[in-house]
Design a protein around this ligand. Structure first.
Ligand SMILES: C[S@@+](CC[C@H](N)C(=O)[O-])C[C@H]1O[C@@H](n2cnc3c(N)ncnc32)[C@H](O)[C@@H]1O
Length: 220
């Protein structure tokens, strides 16, 4: 079937326009974005503001109360997910970096969300495997090392009931997934993960061109 492309690559001007026509970023979000930007190139790891707003709204409309994030960095995505949870909701954040998550903790406290968020440091695969095998989560966000995605996905999916949502970031890898000439290991890892999700009968899924590509998989 011939497909018509209706999405387009965003210029900085269109991106700004788009962000300005959603809910305005608050002071905590602005300062967290600025402090992360000051870290240099690594700040690219932070999700885009409109993705954060989308994930906050998705968390809210899903009614999720218990969520998990794999890959927290300086805490922007966690801030958005936690804000989408009800007051008694809980977000478990997994990361290996004491340094980057120290920034996250400061902003979560400022936003009054530190009661809602638990951070566990260490390799996420080990932390997830050590959790009880029972329905623990209604929503998950996977955004850590790309080679680890299949394990994170499996360990989370088995800890969800029907209806659970898994959001997976960077699934377009700046378009390289569709470039057969790109055989870098990270690209191959993402492709293998995308193929796994695409053929998984346990979920229904959609891949969206938000940020660097976001897959939403819903457990049947
Ligand atoms: C892309 S960043 C996450 C960005 C974050 N979601 C945000 O919006 O700011 C990836 C994070 O995964 C963490 N990470 C990498 N390997 C990991 C592992 N094996 N277990 C847990 N976290 C890991 C890194 O320390 C880094 O903070």
């Amino acid at each position: 079937m011939e497909l018509t492309t209706k999405s387009f690559s965003l210029s900085p001007e269109v991106h700004r326009y788009m962000v300005e026509h959603g809910d305005p970023l608050d002071d905590v979000q602005r300062r967290l974005i600025e402090e992360t930007a000051a870290l240099g190139r690594i700040s690219m790891m932070q999700i885009a503001p409109e993705q954060g707003a989308f994930m906050q709204m998705l968390t809210r409309v899903s009614g999720a109360r218990r969520a998990v994030e794999v890959g927290t960095f300086t805490g922007y995505s966690a801030l958005c997910i936690a804000r989408g949870l009800p007051a008694d909701g809980r977000l478990l954040c997994l990361d290996t970096s004491e340094e980057w998550t120290a920034i996250a903790r400061r902003y979560w406290r400022e936003a009054g969300l530190d009661e809602r968020i638990e951070l566990r440091l260490g390799p996420a695969a080990e932390t997830l495997r050590a959790l009880p095998e029972e329905p623990l989560f209604e929503l998950a966000f996977i955004d850590a090392d790309k080679s680890g995605y299949p394990v994170y996905y499996e360990e989370i999916l088995k800890r969800m009931d029907s209806g659970g949502l898994i959001l997976c970031d960077n699934v377009l890898w700046f378009g390289s997934v569709a470039d057969p000439g790109n055989q870098e290991q990270s690209t191959r890892d993402i492709r293998a993960f995308n193929d796994l999700v695409a053929s998984d009968p346990r979920v229904e899924r959609v891949m969206l061109a938000i940020g660097d590509g976001l897959t939403i998989a819903r457990k049947r």
